[in-house]
Every structure is written in C-alpha cells, then in structure tokens.
Ligand binder design. Structure first.
Ligand SMILES: [Zn+2]
Length: 214
C-alpha cells in the first residue's frame, strides 16, 4: 500500500477540509472523503491516470465522428480493454464504449478469478445496460468523468435488491463520478459544435452545458 503521490486536482483539499467527489458505494450516493491522503494500492493506476486514458480513447472517437465516449478496463496497472462507442459506424444501439471495452477484457481474461480488482473508467456516466454488464464482469469500481442526467445509472445499485443475494454476482461496483469532469465536458462541447445529427447534437450540447439548439 502507498499513498497516492499525485491526486487529481478534484481530489485536493478545499477550504472546508477535503474536497468531496461523488461516491456511490453499492449505488448509495454519499460524499466520499477522498482527499490528498487517499490511500492507493501499489501497482494500481489512479482515477486520474485511467480517466486520462479514457479521454485519449474518446479523442479517437471524435476523430472518427462518434460521440466522445471512451472507456478503458484495467486490472492492477494493466489495461485489458479499451474502446469507444461504435453507434454511428455500425448503426447499432448496443455497442457502447464500456460494453465493448469489457467484452475485450472478457475475451482476454476468460472465466475465473481476477488477480487484481477490476476497474472501469469512462468519460460519461454508464447507462443501466453497462452497469449490469460491469456487475456480471466482476468490475469492482467504476470511475467516470461527466454525469449523464438522461440515462446515467450510477445510483441504480442503491435500489437494487435481489431476493437471494449471491456473494459475487450481486455486488454493485463502487461508482465514482466527476473525475476529470471538465475535460470530459469539453469533449461533448466539441462534438456539439460539429455534429450533423440533430438529436445527438442536442444531447451533446446539454452534456456540454451549451445552449441547446436544433
Ligand atoms: Zn451503456
């Protein structure tokens, strides 16, 4: 174990003590005291580092004309899956970035115990489908940049009550939002400026905090 030497700016102390970021453990949103003294396990990438990688993937998405939703999956210090959304290229609905990244990780790791906790980092709050896939995949933590008010499912775990909870597959990941949030929001601003599809331009404008235009 070691202390994180370089916490992201959003995790640095503020005047009230330590700045809080969003934490939903088991879906129950609370103010996590994740400050400069946050303890990180050795050989684990920080949220700042992994979100930075997800943003790199989202930049590739923008260059390809897709929404800037990029995702990476890591175990320990190893990235085992990375993808951006393919909805436009494939003209399909289920090819979300997180699902594709987790599918790549699943293909590489196969069934069995994971040697390290599995982390999913993504530029936009995951939807219900991707949250469910993360649970099935055994992801223990999800870190995302920008909240998605219209379809984000980060808080669903707080109301999910299986009748007979199992030890493994009923575990809702810890969900942390707001990591590198401004950089992620800027991605959607840039998408909105050039998008030709009216519906997606409106959605991206709202996410980017821009005036919504038709
Ligand atoms: Zn999704």
């Amino acid at each position: 174990m070691r202390r994180c030497q370089d916490p992201p700016p959003s995790w640095r102390p503020n005047v009230a003590g330590r700045r809080s970021t969003w934490l939903r453990r088991g879906g129950a949103r609370e103010n996590a005291q994740l400050g400069a003294d946050t303890v990180m396990e050795a050989d684990r990438m920080t949220p700042h580092q992994l979100l930075g990688l997800a943003i790199d993937v989202a930049e590739e998405a923008l260059a390809a004309g897709e929404l800037p939703i990029g995702a990476v999956v890591a175990t320990g210090d190893e990235v085992v899956g990375r993808a951006y959304t393919q909805e436009r290229a494939l003209n399909r609905r289920l090819v979300h970035a997180e699902l594709l990244a987790m599918t790549e990780a699943d293909q590489g790791l196969g069934w069995g115990q994971r040697p390290e906790p599995m982390i999913l980092a993504v530029t936009l709050e995951p939807c219900l489908m991707c949250l469910g896939a993360a649970m099935t995949m055994g992801v223990s933590e999800i870190w995302y940049g920008l909240e998605s008010p219209s379809d984000g499912a980060g808080g669903v775990g707080s109301v999910w009550r299986p009748q007979q909870p199992g030890e493994e597959f009923s575990q809702v990941p810890t969900v942390v939002g707001g990591v590198l949030r401004q950089r992620c929001q800027e991605l959607f601003e840039r998408y909105a400026e050039s998008a030709t599809h009216a519906g997606w331009r409106r959605w991206a404008s709202a996410l980017g905090g821009l005036p919504v235009r038709d």
